[in-house]
Ligand binder design. Structure first.
Ligand SMILES: [Zn+2]
Length: 979
């Protein structure tokens, strides 16, 4: 049926447009009865997306929008179970399932390649947002509640605060980078809703009342306030039917008030704030950002222009503003990220972390001076050309990584859609791009003018200085304790009993299983809907002398992806920690022919990017790991010659002797790592645990775990004191690693370009140096004892793990369903719902058997470890209904078949090849998974019982929490301060 006839009686068609560069037709509808706005995107993408968004501007910092986002997904009229969301996680083939609270809106997107599955997801989400149950206990569980515990022998009972969002936000407020971003936004827009924190300030969350909670839903979660989005290869008529069904019976309701514009200042402002720092003062430094408020919703050319400008100024290590900041030595690494155009008024931010507060004004001056010079003297035309090409490549390639492409479109068009009613403008890039190019050809100083008008002469500027405070953590804890004591002493005995019984009621509710008939109402697919066969990725091996070209012939839309790989298992073990910095040197230090700015300009102008990365993996049937260095690049097929020239030049003549540049990279690496410790504490714990299990884990810890952090801190001193030995190590790595003996060249290419591209890479490999390849054994020193890691965190991360095969387990495909079940039942309920942690996970590597339980932003340690140990008993006794079993299998199938874009397909296939994972083995595991029975659950339970006895514990938390946990564990943990 032609597009213009695809109308529906309940909807008015407002506008339709074909956007060639997205190969999509977009139609904007209005639902007549309610005024709901619906954007329908039709294209060939089988990864279909649905999203419903409500503007939800906050009026205070109680986190109401965020708590509501959690709560609507915790039981609705049609699906009155505790966690419909978790039931979907468990049992769908979704390629995306989440909900996000922004500073002014709440967005509920789902995606699937299976239409029936998508319909199920939409059904549960629509009922959740329109008809949630929202009893008081859900506010208590997701937001906040008091718990009463006895204060020890004879003393009065004490109150404590619990709640999922409460803990989640304590984690956010422990993260200085997140705090800097939050303060910048709040203070830049003080007379708007953005002055509040829609996520919730842990100090304000307990002020939220049940009445506010209920009325918020009726004010904002009405179809009249909704923006509905659908995209993919499914039928538009069916989409409109679906929306019409859900919105039938509704009339016009309230819309969120428009967000006011911030009145402009006549001069810059400065604010100073503090963050809670740890005991290690060397890691505790200040951060500073300069922020400018730009325009209200911008027309498309200016918006694209500012995106490109942001890339020109900050996008690569050679970008002039970024380089000036790093070269100054005033700080350790960049913070704040350039253009932010996600809210009503766009802003631009830049700054450094790891600075001394005393150099704040020098840094501020440097930023203004650099921008002033660029505006006056002009930007290097090669930098401009590289910047435009890079942004254009990103737009054309449309490589959204693990995100569905349709979801990225939604997120890109939402701000404009919200504030101007027009979702089309931010999606079409061809016209504004052409216009910007024309201006440059005419000799206009286009980007210089943007810098002058929007930054240099912009009076609405804000400087935020965030300083460390060693006492602040204790002070915040003390204040919370005092508030709780004051509340406690104001309660009569009767009221206290009431608080206590409410907490018990909540606990009882959490522990009571959902009625099977309610669970059965959640729609899910049947096993008959599952594809029996694995998804195969084409792979041919083309021997090239002592090297191999690995080819994946798949449609890539004219882009060529290449990964040139060298085996790292010939390096002596003590050189391994150099690898992350060595690999950065490859693209960020220059070559004997081109300095690093020139090299970055060429990469930007002629390719879609070149970077180096390290791949470590266990190998089937071996004790030692696969360890590879990859130089990864992409370009349009017509530019393969340029790409191979760049790769050859790097490999033949990279410079490794620039001490200043190396020192900058080492400082940045340290700063980046330190700022990830608290927000990503579970990754640190996971790496530490895995390092005790197999060689791959051991290597990863040395190049990316706590060991690496300690190593890089020591390295900073060595760069000054013994540079020659550091440089010698880098040269030694390069000499040992780069050889065509055993090299692989992984090429992902369309059929039409294959022959020409392979010929070019054949020549490239033949020209590489030819040194004998060696293999070294690393003999890891295993540290198989319990450990405590400390950092200034208001929350903990608890892990326990070991090798599951050493516990007698034999790999069977059913394990993926069983772990899916365990994660979404026992671990979720105990660690998150009852424990108050933000999350709990179970990780397993089927190749080596490395296994680990992890918790995320957890108020507990011991209670969580007990939950882990209880897994075996839970699995052994669980009465698993056929429906539960089916759902667990389907969820696991979904995880097995992620939706991969062409570059990720090629790289995934290469990883499997190097790890010895065959398609036959993958098919066997899938067959076994599809045939999972209860008996398989008992078999794993046996192994997990041994894991409870033998597993190793690693926990990260504040010094006080780790001390308490260690005392209870009989001082078995060796304690190390990380920050
Ligand atoms: Zn949340």
């Amino acid at each position: 049926m032609p597009a213009h006839q695809a109308a529906h009686a309940d909807f008015a068609t407002l506008r339709q447009e074909r956007i060639e560069e997205l190969d999509s037709t977009l139609t904007l509808f209005e639902h007549r009865a309610t005024g709901a706005r619906v954007l329908s995107v039709r294209n060939a993408d089988d990864n279909k997306v649905f999203g419903i968004t409500f503007p939800t501007p906050p009026e205070d910092s109680t986190g109401l929008p965020h708590i509501m986002e959690h709560s609507v997904l915790a039981g609705s009229e049609r699906y009155p179970v505790k966690e419909p969301f978790v039931e979907l996680v468990k049992s769908s083939l979704n390629t995306f399932l989440n909900a996000m609270t922004y500073p002014d809106r709440t967005c509920y997107p789902v995606a699937s390649q299976n239409l029936k599955d998508l319909d199920n997801l939409v059904d549960v989400y629509m009922d959740a947002v329109l008809h949630p149950l929202l009893p008081r206990r859900i506010l208590e569980q997701e937001g906040w509640h008091y718990e009463v515990s006895s204060g020890g022998s004879g003393s009065a009972s004490v109150l404590s605060l619990k709640g999922v969002v409460f803990n989640e936000m304590k984690g956010v407020y422990s993260n200085p980078d997140a705090l800097l971003g939050k303060y910048s936004r709040c203070y830049l827009l003080p007379e708007t809703p953005y002055a509040h924190d829609s996520g919730g300030d842990p100090r304000s969350i307990p002020e939220l009342t049940y009445e506010q909670f209920r009325s918020f839903h009726s004010r904002f979660y009405h179809p009249s306030n909704a923006l509905v989005y659908l995209s993919g290869d499914d039928e538009e008529g069916a989409r409109l039917d679906l929306v019409a069904r859900w919105f039938s019976g509704y009339g016009k309701g309230p819309r969120a008030p428009a967000i006011p514009l911030q009145p402009r200042w006549d001069g810059p402002r400065v604010v100073r704030e503090r963050y809670a720092a740890g005991e290690d003062t060397s890691a505790a430094k200040s951060m500073l950002s300069v922020n400018w408020l730009l325009a209200d919703h911008m027309e498309s050319e200016r918006s694209l222009g500012l995106t490109i400008l942001s890339h020109i100024l900050l996008g690569t290590p050679a970008s002039p503003l970024r380089k000036a900041l790093i070269d100054s030595g005033l700080g350790e690494g960049l913070t704040a990220s350039g253009l932010d155009d996600e809210i009503r008024e766009a802003s631009f931010s830049v700054g450094l972390k790891g600075i001394d507060a005393s150099s704040a004004s020098a840094l501020e001056d440097l930023i203004h001076e650099t921008l002033g010079n660029l505006a006056r003297q002009g930007i290097d035309p090669d930098t401009v050309a590289a910047g435009i090409n890079s942004v254009e490549f990103v737009l054309r390639e449309n490589n959204t990584g693990s995100y569905p492409r349709g979801l990225v479109l939604l997120l890109r068009c939402l701000p404009n859609w919200l504030y101007t009613g027009d979702p089309f403008v931010p999606l079409a890039f061809e016209t504004p791009l052409r216009s910007i190019r024309r201006r440059l050809e005419r000799g206009e100083r286009y980007f210089e003018e943007l810098i002058r008008r929007d930054l240099v002469e912009n009076r609405h500027a804000l400087v935020v200085l965030l300083e460390p405070d060693k006492e602040l953590g204790a002070k915040l804890e003390g204040e919370e304790r005092e508030r709780l004591q004051a509340t406690r002493s104001g309660l009569t005995a009767e009221e206290l009993r009431e608080v206590s019984s409410r907490a018990q009621e909540l606990e009882l509710f959490q522990k009571t299983p959902d009625p099977p008939e309610a669970l059965a109402r959640i729609p899910s697919l049947g096993l008959e809907d599952m594809e029996r066969g694995i998804r195969r990725i084409p792979l041919d091996l083309v021997p090239q002398g002592p090297a191999t070209i690995v080819v994946h012939e798949i449609p890539t839309n004219g882009v060529v992806y290449v990964d040139v790989g060298f085996n790292l298992h010939g390096l002596p073990g003590e050189l391994l920690p150099y690898l992350p910095l060595y690999s950065r040197c490859l693209t960020e230090m220059g070559t004997s022919r081109t300095d690093f700015v020139g090299l970055q300009q060429r990469i930007g102008r002629d390719t879609g990017g070149v970077s180096a990365s390290i791949m470590i993996s266990p190998v089937v049937g071996r004790q030692d790991a696969a360890a590879w260095l990859f130089l990864r690049g992409k370009c349009l097929a017509g530019k393969v010659d340029k790409l191979t020239e760049i790769l050859s030049e790097i490999l033949a003549s990279v410079r490794l002797d620039d001490r200043e540049r190396f020192l900058q990279m080492a400082r940045e690496s340290k700063a980046r790592f330190e700022s990830s410790v608290v927000p990503a504490g579970h990754s640190l714990v996971a790496a530490r645990l895995a390092s005790k299990v197999d060689e791959a884990g051991w290597v990863r810890e040395r190049i990316g775990g706590t060991d690496y952090l300690f190593w890089v801190r020591a390295l900073l001193g060595r760069v000054s004191a013994e540079w020659e030995s550091v440089r010698g190590a880098l040269e030694a790595i390069h000499a040992m690693v780069v050889t065509r003996q055993g090299a692989v060249c992984n090429v992902t290419v369309s059929t039409a370009d294959r022959a020409a591209v392979l010929e070019r890479f054949g020549g490239f490999l033949a020209a590489l140096q030819d040194r004998p390849a060696v293999r070294t054994s690393w003999n890891p020193e295993w540290r198989r004892h319990d450990e405590g890691l400390t950092a200034p965190a208001q929350v903990n991360f608890a892990g326990k793990g070991g090798n599951l095969y050493d516990c007698g387990y034999r790999l069977h495909g059913s394990i993926f369903a069983i772990l899916n079940y365990l994660r979404t039942t026992w671990i979720w309920e105990r660690v998150r719902v009852q424990g108050g942690a933000y999350g709990g996970m179970v990780q397993f590597d089927p190749i080596s058997g490395s296994f680990g339980y992890l918790s995320y932003r957890d108020p507990n340690v011991l209670k969580t470890l007990e939950t882990y140990d209880g897994s075996a008993g839970y699995l052994a006794e669980a009465k698993i209904s056929p429906e539960e079993l089916r759902k667990s299998v389907i969820g696991a199938i979904g995880d097995m078949d992620p939706c991969l874009l062409p570059d990720a397909q090629g790289y995934t296939s290469l990883r499997r090849y190097l790890a010895g994972v065959t398609d036959q083995e993958r098919q066997r595991l899938r067959d076994e998974l599809l045939a999972t029975t209860d008996a398989d659950f008992r078999a794993l339970a046996g192994a997990l019982r041994l894991m409870a006895e033998r597993g190793i514990v690693v926990a990260l938390g504040s010094p006080e929490r780790i001390r308490e946990a260690n005392a209870a564990l009989g001082e078995r943990m060796r304690v190390t301060a990380v920050l």
